[in-house]
Design a protein around this ligand. Structure first.
Ligand code: TPP
Length: 576
C-alpha cells in the first residue's frame, strides 16, 4: 500500500514522520504525471508545488486556517491531500473534478476564480473580517511570481503591510509564468535568490522569510512556523522548480508543460494558429504594427511574430489593465498595437478599453482568443462576456470570423482602422473548413439564400457551420431559412438591420451570453424603425457555466445543428 492511498485529509499528512515525506512527494508526482497526462490539465505548476503544499498542510490547519490559492491551477496537490485523489479519474470532465479549487467539492477550497493576482486581496478581506470577529484563524495565500506581476497583488500588499492579523503570503517563485517572468520584479526576485538582503517586501513594511528551498519539506515547515509566529502579514519566499521531478517537464523549453492536453485530443489547425501566421504577414507589411501580451505570448499565438520581429512584441506580465493602457500609449505615439489576450482576461481591463483607448479614439486592435465557451477550464475561463461588454464602448468595432479566411480578412480590416479601437473574437477550437459566401451585402455575408424563407438565421462567427447544417435539416422539414453572417457584430451594420427587417422571424445564434448580445441590440434597432420582425437571441444563459468539453456545453444549450433546428421549429409554431 502506498502512503498516498492512506491520505484521507490533512490530518493524515500531519501524522506522517518527516522521514516519510520525500516518499509521499515522489508518489504524488507519479500520480500527477499519470493522471494529468491522461486527463489534460496543469502539470508543470503542480509538480513544482508538491513539497510546498505538503508543508503547508502540516503547519497550518485547513479549513480552520483559511488557505487560498492564487489562480488555482496549482491546487491539484492540495486536492490530493484533502481527500480527492480517487476523483482525479474525472479531472476537468463534465460533472467531474474541477481543474481549480471548488467550494462545492471541499470545505478546503475557497477561491474559485482562476484569474491571477487576486489571492492577496481575498486574504486581506478575509483577515480583516476575522480580526473584526475576534477570530485567531490564520490566513495563508499561495501566489506565484507570475501572479505577483499583476497590479492587484501590489494593491493588496500595500494594505497587508498595515494589517494586524496573521497572514502568511507563500510566494511560490519558479521564475516563470508560462514563459520566464519579465520585468523589474522578476529581476528583484532573482537577486533575492542569489542572497541580496534588502527586499521590496521589507521596504513596504512586510517581514520577509527566505529564500527557502521549495523542495525541502523540513526547511519549508520551519519557514512557515517562523512566519506564523509573526502574528501579522509576512512573505515567505519559496524557490521552486516548475515541472520538478519529471524530466520532460523540467526540460520543456516552452513552458515546463504548464498545461497539457488530454491524451488523444487535438487535430486540425486552431484559430490561434491562423492568427499566429496572419499576424506575421501583417507585421511584414506594416512596420508600425506591434503586439502586446500579458504573459501569454505562446498561448495567444505570438511566438512566430516574436521570432520574426523580436523588438516589436511586449510581454508586460500578468497585467491586462497595464497592457491595454500601455497599448493606448503605443498608439498615441503613432504605432498600431495588437493586444492578444484571452477574452475572459479582457474583462478586468474594461475601464482601460473604454476610457484609456476608446475615449481617445486610438487605433488599438484587441484579438480575443478563447471567446465563447472554452471547455474544461470552467466558469472563469469561458469567454462569454466580451460580446456584451464591448458593444457599449463608443466607437469600438467588434468582429467575429466564421472561418480561417474570414479571420485573416477581418484582422486585416481591423488593423486598417485608424480612428478607434477594434476587436476580433474567436474560440478555443480547431477552425474547420472555410465557408464561402454566396454574396456580400454591406458588411454582411449571405451564406444561404431561400427566396421564400420563413425565417432568417444570423450566424455569429463560428456558429455558421451549425446554422448551415440546421438550415439544411429545416429545408428537409419544408421550412426554408436564409442564413447570413454579419462578420462585424458591433456596431450593427445598417445592411444587417435592413435584411432582418425583411423577415418575419429572425434568430441570432451566438456563442456568448444572451444579455447584450447581437440579437437584443438588433431587436432594439428594428423596434426603432417600427419593423414587425420578431427577433430571438439564441445564446448562452446568464449563468456561470461549469467545465466540460466545448462541444458538450454548446450542445447542452442547444447551440448545435440539432438544437438550432428544434428552436426554429418551436419559434415558428409559437408565432404561427
Ligand atoms: N491572466 C490572468 C488575469 N489570469 C490568468 N490565469 C492568466 C492570465 C493565464 N495564466 C494562468 S497561469 C499563468 C498565467 C499567465 C502563469 C502563472 O504564473 P505563476 O503565478 O508564477 O504560477 P506558476 O504556473 O509558475 O506556478
Amino acid at each position: 500500500m502506498t502512503l498516498l492511498a492512506a491520505i484521507a485529509g490533512p490530518g493524515d499528512v500531519r501524522a506522517l514522520p518527516s522521514s516519510a515525506l520525500p516518499v509521499l512527494a515522489g508518489e504524488i508526482r507519479r500520480f500527477l504525471v499519470e493522471r494529468v497526462s491522461r486527463a489534460g490539465g496543469h502539470l508543470g505548476p503542480n509538480l513544482g508545488a508538491v513539497e510546498l503544499t505538503i508543508a503547508l498542510h502540516r503547519v497550518f490547519d485547513s479549513p480552520n486556517d483559511v488557505v487560498l490559492f492564487d489562480t488555482g491551477h496549482q491546487a491539484y496537490v492540495h486536492k490530493v491531500l484533502t481527500g480527492r485523489a480517487a476523483e482525479f479519474e474525472t479531472l476537468r470532465r463534465a460533472g467531474g473534478l474541477s481543474g481549480y479549487p471548488s467550494a462545492a467539492e471541499s470545505p478546503h477550497d475557497v477561491i474559485e476564480n482562476s484569474h491571477a493576482s487576486t489571492a492577496l486581496s481575498y486574504a486581506d478581506g478575509v483577515a480583516k473580517a476575522l480580526r473584526l470577529k475576534g477570530s485567531s484563524r490564520r490566513v495563508v495565500a499561495v501566489i506565484g511570481d507570475g501572479a505577483l506581476t499583476g497590479g492587484m497583488a501590489w494593491e493588496a500588499l500595500n494594505n497587508l503591510a498595515v494589517l494586524e492579523h496573521p497572514v502568511v503570503v507563500v510566494l511560490n517563485d519558479n521564475g516563470r509564468s508560462y514563459a520566464p517572468t519579465t520585468g523589474g520584479l522578476a529581476a528583484h526576485l532573482g537577486s533575492l535568490r542569489e542572497g541580496r538582503r534588502r527586499t521590496v517586501f521589507e521596504a513596504l513594511g512586510l517581514p520577509y522569510v527566505g529564500p527557502v528551498d521549495g523542495h525541502d519539506v523540513d526547511a519549508l515547515e520551519s519557514a512557515f512556523v517562523e512566519a506564523a509566529a509573526y502574528g501579522r502579514p509576512v512573505v515567505v519566499h519559496c524557490v521552486t522548480r516548475k515541472g520538478k521531478g519529471y524530466q520532460p517537464a523540467e526540460d520543456d523549453p516552452a513552458d515546463c508543460l504548464h498545461a497539457v492536453s488530454a491524451a488523444g485530443s487535438g487535430g486540425g489547425a486552431t484559430w490561434t494558429d491562423v492568427f499566429g501566421a496572419e499576424i506575421v504577414s501583417l507585421g511584414a507589411q506594416r512596420p508600425d504594427l506591434v503586439c502586446v501580451t500579458a504573459a501569454m505570448r505562446g498561448p495567444t499565438g505570438l511566438d512566430a511574430f516574436a521570432t520574426r520581429f523580436p523588438s516589436r512584441v511586449f510581454d508586460v506580465g500578468i497585467a491586462e489593465q497595464h497592457a491595454v493602457t500601455s497599448a493606448a500609449g503605443l498608439a498615441m505615439a503613432g504605432l498600431h498595437p495588437v493586444v492578444a489576450v484571452y477574452s475572459t482576461f479582457l474583462s478586468r481591463a474594461f475601464d482601460q478599453v473604454l476610457l484609456d483607448v476608446a475615449l481617445h479614439r486610438l487605433p488599438v486592435t484587441f484579438v480575443l482568443d478563447r471567446a465563447g465557451v472554452t471547455g474544461p477550464d470552467g466558469p472563469s475561463h469561458h469567454g462569454m462576456w466580451d460580446a456584451s461588454l464591448l458593444p457599449v464602448v463608443p466607437g469600438l468595432r467588434l468582429a467575429a470570423p466564421r472561418d480561417a479566411a474570414r479571420l485573416r480578412e477581418l484582422l486585416g480590416e481591423a488593423v486598417a482602422v485608424a480612428d478607434g479601437p477594434t476587436a476580433v473574437r474567436y474560440p478555443k477550437s480547431s477552425v474547420g473548413p472555410d465557408i464561402p459566401a454566396l454574396r456580400r451585402e454591406g458588411k454582411v455575408d449571405v451564406l444561404r439564400y431561400e427566396p421564400d424563407a420563413v425565417g432568417l438565421l444570423i450566424a455569429v462567427g463560428p456558429m455558421a457551420s451549425a446554422c448551415l447544417e440546421a438550415a439544411e435539416e429545416l429545408a428537409g422539414h419544408g421550412v426554408p431559412v436564409t442564413v447570413v453572417d454579419p462578420r462585424w457584430i458591433a456596431p450593427l451594420d445598417p445592411s444587417l438591420v435592413k435584411i432582418a427587417g425583411e423577415h418575419r422571424l429572425v434568430l441570432a445564434v451566438e456563442d456568448t451570453t444572451a444579455v447584450g448580445a447581437l440579437g437584443g441590440r438588433l431587436a432594439q434597432a428594428l423596434a426603432v424603425v417600427g419593423a414587425p420582425t420578431r427577433v430571438g437571441t439564441f445564446a448562452l444563459p446568464s449563468s456561470f457555466l461549469p467545465h466540460g468539453s466545448r462541444a458538450e456545453i454548446l450542445r447542452a444549450h442547444g447551440l448545435d445543428a440539432a438544437g438550432i433546428t428544434t428552436t426554429v421549429l418551436k419559434r415558428l409554431k409559437e408565432h404561427s
